[in-house]
Ligand binder design. Sequence first.
Ligand SMILES: Cc1cc2nc3c(=O)[nH]c(=O)nc-3n(C[C@H](O)[C@H](O)[C@H](O)COP(=O)(O)O)c2cc1C
Length: 332
Amino acid sequence: MNTEPSIYFAPFQGITTAVFRQIYARHFPGVNKLFTPYFANFEPGHALSPAKMVAMRNQSESGIEVVPQVLSKSADEILWLAKVCEQLGFKELNWNLGCPYPQVANKKRGSGILPYPEMVDEILGEVLRDINISFSVKCRLGYHSPDEMSALIPVFNRYPISELTIHARIGRQLYSGTPNLEAFAETASQLQMPVVYNGDIFSGEDYDRFRNWFPEINLLMIGRGILNDPFLPSLIKGFQLPSNPGTTIRAFVDDLYIAYRKERDDNPSVLNAMKEYWAYLAESFDEPVRVFRKVRKAKNFIDYEEAIDHVFGNFHWVGSENRPSAIPDSYR
Ligand SMILES: Cc1cc2nc3c(=O)[nH]c(=O)nc-3n(C[C@H](O)[C@H](O)[C@H](O)COP(=O)(O)O)c2cc1C
């Protein structure tokens, strides 16, 4: 089986904002779904804050469906947000069971709920009884251990979850180590809904290795790999890249910067947003450390614009193809 995969752009709190999704989708083909960073701390029955409404602005970008994500352990909260999403025209809501950060996980939210399958069961039961749009889940292989999956699989299989994305790490790992492909294989083989793989696909070679081991998995969620190299979905799908990809990258970051300045009325927080993104983008230049240092030093818009001129004048965009593969070539 060698059909083209569907590629989902993973959510990143603070980075894959509505503006980012819009500008990204205008410049780069290859992504099949865009996810919003998670929504939390809203009050059912009360209007969403203006900032949250902005974050939910468009239901699609350049023809690519946008999927909102919720972080919650309350079925009532999830159902209320699902209703808002439905009224706004979204087709799917995604439930975050993956966030690993202790301040979230210690409250049995995100991946912190995974050791409590009975809670997951109860919430899924209530949500899926009443929801009118598709409900998908994004989880890790467990919080303390991938052994937690054996109790979660029958729970997930009991409900019409539209897709289950698995970041193939446990919560306690945060982002360290490598994805656990054995545990992912074991889990995926027992799940009855479409499974989406997530974790450490950074290059075309990573994708090829992944595909060798999992020819049956055709749904991928990719995060840092696309932040580092926005052309990665095109590379994976075999699309022709522009002859001078650095020019497209420049047009993309310039548009992103202008769009943020416009949206935020020239608020200096734009610089932080751009620097946060450059921490990823710098990885695909020939000298990542020097590129990021240059951008990080900018103290105002003029500095930033000079830094960008310097980066594109003095360093080369090399993309992701020379990166050492992060996916082990034999894990069995
Ligand atoms: C700064 C940061 C913010 C993130 N925010 C979210 C989020 O809001 N929702 C979510 O499901 N995952 C979030 N993630 C996890 C990513 O979506 C993704 O699952 C993870 O990076 C693994 O995929 P990758 O190896 O392709 O990057 C975040 C990760 C980072 C590093």
